[in-house]
Ligand binder design. Structure first.
Ligand SMILES: [Mg+2]
Length: 248
């Protein structure tokens, strides 16, 4: 039985937007044909489940925060039932240390959000994320904030002086810096998920839009066979060619 794992933003739906009805239908067809379908993303559970769960209507697996968190979704009388399987978290002390390093950075460089402080510095359990202007700041202003990542590279050096190399720190999305425990990326997320559901990597396939060496889907290539997609329309074409039998 085939396990399909897909990145979310710009793979199954436009970034931060809900999944379209055609994609939802296609995924439902594959799940009803016997495939397991999982979604992995750097975003939080709240974010990806809002983009996917109300529109799917068939059992699926959510792997937010790069798969450090796994929630199985089933439906009962049309309503989703969320079953958390595991969740990696920073300890309280690690969290304090990381947040205080970010607060020192924000003060030193006078980094001001357009939205709110809470929207600018987010504690996602196993990931702390700074979004320069706030996660929900207007898209145009976000794209102009640090297009080449120059400011953020300097800030990463500042954070490294305080935190050493205890954590993974990297430039994330359009305006963000992510700090995660060492060794947590989509490779970790996919490997642990497959072990948990008792499937082999050779029985799984991954779809993502950023499989190049600098892309956030790249780690998946270390674990499973991967197909790079240009956008959701392209993925829809590829999925349309899959014809699982009643048992996959
Ligand atoms: Mg993507």
């Amino acid at each position: 039985m085939l396990t399909l794992i897909a990145d979310v933003d710009d793979t199954v739906c436009p970034s931060t937007q809900p999944i379209g009805p055609e994609m939802a239908r296609e995924i439902a067809r594959l799940v009803n044909g016997g495939c397991a379908f999982a979604f992995i993303s750097g975003s939080t559970l709240g974010q990806i489940s809002a983009q996917l769960t109300p529109f799917l209507g068939v059992p699926h697996h959510l792997l937010p925060v790069s798969g450090s968190h796994y929630v199985q979704v089933e439906y009962g009388q049309g309503k989703p039932i969320f079953k958390e399987q595991y969740r990696v978290e920073f300890s309280a002390e690690e969290r304090r240390e990381i947040l205080s390093a970010f607060e020192a950075l924000i003060a030193a460089y006078a980094i001001r959000p357009l939205t709110s402080k809470e929207d600018q510095l987010q504690d996602r359990g196993s990931q702390v994320t700074l979004s320069i202007l706030g996660r929900n700041a207007p898209g145009d202003e976000k794209r102009a904030a640090d297009p080449q990542g120059k400011r953020r590279r300097e800030w990463l050096a500042f954070l490294r002086q305080r935190l050493g190399d205890k954590y993974s720190m990297r430039i994330g999305g359009t305006t963000s810096i992510d700090v995660t425990p060492k060794g947590i990326d989509k490779a970790y997320g996919i490997r642990r998920f497959l072990e948990t559901i008792g499937r082999k990597p050779s029985e799984a396939l991954f779809f993502g839009d950023k499989l190049g060496p600098d892309g956030n889907d790249f780690p998946a290539t270390q674990v499973v066979d991967c197909i790079e997609v240009q956008d959701p329309t392209h993925l829809l074409e590829i999925l349309g060619r899959f014809k699982p039998g009643p048992k996959g």
